[in-house]
Write a protein that binds this ligand. Structure first.
Ligand SMILES: NC(=O)c1ccc[n+]([C@@H]2O[C@H](COP(=O)([O-])OP(=O)(O)OC[C@H]3O[C@@H](n4cnc5c(N)ncnc54)[C@H](O)[C@@H]3O)[C@@H](O)[C@H]2O)c1
Length: 373
């Protein structure tokens, strides 16, 4: 009975905290009874308090994918090369290995994670390890292990050592019953991929750990991310990266989505800047733990049209992959990111014309067109 009474107090305080805008609420978790989790009753027992003047000591997991190396470069410029550790289970290419600290970190090995956080005095963690939508459907047990069990390890270690934690979510966290145009932050989320289900789980678990243990969990729902110098890792929006490689190589591209499939997209530098900005935002500005961020939305047909303004001979054909098409049709067309803009000043720099010009110039296409003309 005593426990039930306390639980009611906790629930009613949680409800009040939503009304009282920007105030962070740390619940009296020690009253909530014992848990099977590895997070000790006193979660701050192992933590060290860092002075505000000291830059964070950063760990990036899954850092050798499409986004991790770019994030490391950005964070190293901000916090110093040696304060940002890139990690993965894959072997790094030479240029990455020599560009700053790199270590092996398997997120399924909890002991390994604890050692890293302790030995390197980690205070901020960017958790990028994941199996994305298409590869996740191809190997559901592995996706479940990496995206769900791995996340549990990360949450526990971050809560235990008082680490500020960023985990990206995705447009894939929505499903066919979510409003698609636009998709608000709070709405029905019933995705039909293991990737989407694991990301809804991430959003909810992160928010739960925030209220339950005071974990400083921050999360952004990324659109499809377009990058010039890194390859996508098996998602449904990959075509929007591959099309530029193809345009540069042979001027033609076979697209695996229908011409009219509209999806939210973002250039990588906007995505990484948003990630740093939300991590640096004062806690009192954040009214939610998970925010949509938006930049542009387009269809393959519209992207091809924009490409042809620079490379008039570019040709696109379509050979639809039913799996990816079904996934894309269950995802948002446009994200409503008004809360991110209001709370912590999010603003994107790249719309479709800037994206196309930047990507083509990286691949040397505009130079070639200019020479031909
Ligand atoms: N790229 C996008 O368009 C996009 C869009 C929305 C969200 N996201 C999210 O951003 C994050 C990074 O995405 P990405 O595109 O760089 O992914 P990616 O697939 O390119 O890379 C993921 C990395 O995780 C690593 N990994 C796999 N199993 C691991 C394990 N057991 N331990 C440690 N690392 C492991 C892989 O080796 C790989 O390098 C992911 O969480 C993804 O869900 C990406």
């Amino acid at each position: 009975m005593l426990f039930l009474g306390m639980l009611k107090q906790v629930v009613s305080r949680t409800a009040q905290s939503k009304a009282s805008s920007c105030r962070k609420l740390v619940l009296p978790w020690q009253f909530l009874g014992s848990s099977q989790h590895r997070v000790p009753a006193n979660v701050n027992f192992h933590s060290t308090s860092f002075s505000e003047a000291e830059p964070p000591r950063v760990l990036i997991t899954g850092g050798l994918g499409q986004l991790g190396v770019g994030l490391a470069n950005l964070l190293r410029k901000r916090f110093g090369k040696d304060n940002v550790i890139l990690s993965d289970i894959r072997k790094p290419p030479a240029h990455v290995f020599h560009s700053g600290p790199f270590i092996y970190a398997n997120i399924l090995d909890y002991k390994n994670l604890r050692e890293i956080v302790v030995n390197h005095r980690i205070s901020w963690l960017f958790h990028y390890s994941a199996l994305l939508s298409a590869v996740g459907e191809a190997n559901v047990p592995l996706a479940r292990d990496v995206n769900i069990t791995g996340l549990h390890n990360i949450l526990d270690v971050a809560a235990e050592y008082n680490v500020r934690l960023f985990v990206p979510s995705t447009i894939g966290a929505f499903g066919p019953t979510s409003p698609r145009n636009p998709t608000p932050d709070l709405c029905v989320q019933r995705p039909r991929t293991i990737y989407g289900v694991s990301k809804v789980h991430t959003e909810l678990m992160g928010e739960y750990y925030y209220y339950r243990y005071g974990l400083d969990f921050r999360c952004l729902r990324y659109p499809g991310i377009i990058s010039a110098d890194s390859q996508p890792g098996g998602g449904t929006t990959d075509y929007a990266v591959q099309i530029f490689h193809a345009a540069a190589k042979n001027g033609t591209f076979e697209c695996n989505l229908k011409a009219s499939t509209r999806l939210p997209m973002m250039y990588i530098s906007d995505c990484l800047r948003a990630t740093l900005e939300v991590m640096e935002a004062p806690a009192e500005c954040l009214s939610m733990r998970t925010y949509n961020i938006n930049a542009m939305s387009f269809t393959p047909e519209e992207l091809a049209l924009a490409l042809r303004k620079h490379a008039p001979d570019f040709q696109i054909t379509y050979c639809v992959d039913p799996l990816r098409q079904a996934i894309a049709e269950s995802w948002p067309m446009i994200l409503d990111d008004s809360n991110a803009r209001k709370d912590w000043g999010w603003k994107h720099d790249f719309d479709l014309p800037e994206l196309v010009a930047t990507m083509l110039s990286f691949h040397g296409v505009s130079t070639r067109v200019a020479q031909v003309n």
